[in-house]
Design a protein around this ligand. Structure first.
Ligand code: ZN
Length: 396
């Protein structure tokens, strides 16, 4: 059963957030949102009840309370976004976790990929009550089975979703990403998926399909929070490394379309194109041809991906109290003034400033009681400074 939490999660991924780790935000709000319906009214009622609780706070005296304040703010942003962009909202709220809806998304994805001459019209997408074994017992919420799974476990190739764990927008991304593995798996059933293939799937799904369907800004926001967040588990870093390799190879070949041409020949040829790019000291002769409109869109997406990978700082993440202080501090402000402006208790202000100081995000006057310069401001203005729910003062 979809509820306000599913809607919140999708809006945050599409509209962006100042929180660097969606899991932290979700853990903070899941319980509060679950009891409200899957609609704008549901988001509003959840926001009202949380706001009532927080309005009673005279002083923010703990890490937990500052997290709650920032989480409420993200919920409010999601509300504003939902009210502003009715068309995007309609796309999200028309979602149902049913077989027919997932098949419809598969058809949309397949139509898009056909414009790139990638034929995935026959890939089955199945909604199941329980994922096939041995995957159900591993706690996965979705899986892609290939010919190897058929041989080993008797599972028909295709994409499987656990019906209790599907959410709008993410389902679109997931199908568009996984379907590329199935496509390559049919061509090269005996070869395994490499980092480069992960990167190709990321590039085509996020900066191709998601960008075309939900807009380039939504693709960018999804990418920032989903992949460029900091301190994610190492296994997720492989997706970022993979898209770098895919973009690098595409650049060396002259176009993303050329990368697709190599993939069409199978996994060994895709990987060989990467190896050639590594050893060539100059760009290979580019095959011009006339890029179709879809290819032009994909090249634009690839450009955005390159610029995000080069310019978006993954390390600029601070604790919730430090984020609150960074937003308010102006040059020459005393700690006492900061405590007053932020409602943070003075001990929390000191820890937050110490954290920013250790990260070279503020400089302090010699007596240590005044912020002489707030260097975090420029990062905030660019939307680069973010928070997660690490303990205040933590530098990890
Ligand atoms: Zn993948």
């Amino acid at each position: 059963m979809q509820n306000a939490f599913d809607l919140f999660q999708s809006i945050v991924l599409m509209q962006g957030t100042q929180c660097a780790r969606r899991i932290h935000l979700e853990n903070q709000l899941r319980k509060d949102l679950k009891g409200h319906p899957f609609s704008v009214a549901g988001l509003q009622s959840a926001r009202e009840s949380l706001r009532r609780d927080l309005d009673q706070l005279k002083v923010i005296s703990t890490d937990d309370e500052s997290r709650a304040v920032l989480a409420l703010r993200e919920l409010e942003r999601a509300n504003v976004a939902a009210e502003r962009d009715r068309e995007a909202l309609e796309k999200l709220t028309s979602f149902t976790p049913t077989q027919s809806k997932l098949t419809q998304i598969r058809d949309d994805v397949a139509d898009f990929y056909l414009t790139l001459q990638i034929d995935v019209t026959e890939v089955p997408v199945r909604v199941v009550e329980r994922l096939p074994e041995p995957y159900a017992s591993k706690g996965f919420s979705a899986l892609t089975a290939d010919m190897g799974d058929k041989r080993k476990h008797g599972i028909e190739p295709g994409i499987y979703f656990d019906e209790s764990a599907i959410s709008p927008f993410l389902a679109d991304y997931f199908i568009a990403h996984e379907i590329i593995h199935v496509w390559l798996g049919f061509r090269s059933p005996d070869e395994s998926c490499t980092l480069l293939e992960e990167g190709l799937a990321e590039l085509l799904s996020i900066f191709g399909y998601v960008a075309r369907t939900f807009g380039l800004a939504a693709a960018e926001n999804l990418y920032k929070i989903f992949r460029l967040n900091s301190n994610a588990a190492t296994r997720f870093e492989s997706y970022v490394d993979g898209i770098r390799q895919a973009l690098f190879t595409a650049e060396s070949l002259g176009a993303v379309g050329q990368l697709i041409e190599n993939a069409r020949l199978g996994r060994p040829q895709l990987n060989a194109a990467f190896d050639r790019s590594l050893t060539s000291t100059h760009t290979e002769s580019k095959i011009d041809g006339n890029p179709t409109q879809e290819h032009t869109g994909l090249e634009t997406g690839a450009k955005v991906a390159r610029s995000l990978l080069s310019s978006f700082p993954r390390s600029l993440v601070v604790s919730a109290p430090a984020f609150i202080v960074a937003e308010l501090a102006h040059d020459g402000m005393t700690f006492r003034e900061l405590a007053h402006a932020s409602k943070l208790e003075s001990d929390l202000v000191s820890s937050a400033v110490a954290e920013l100081d250790a990260r070279a995000l503020v400089t302090l006057r010699r007596d240590g009681q005044v912020v002489s310069r707030n260097l975090a401001r420029e990062h905030l203005e660019r939307g680069h400074l973010r928070f997660d729910f690490r303990p205040v003062g933590s530098l990890g």
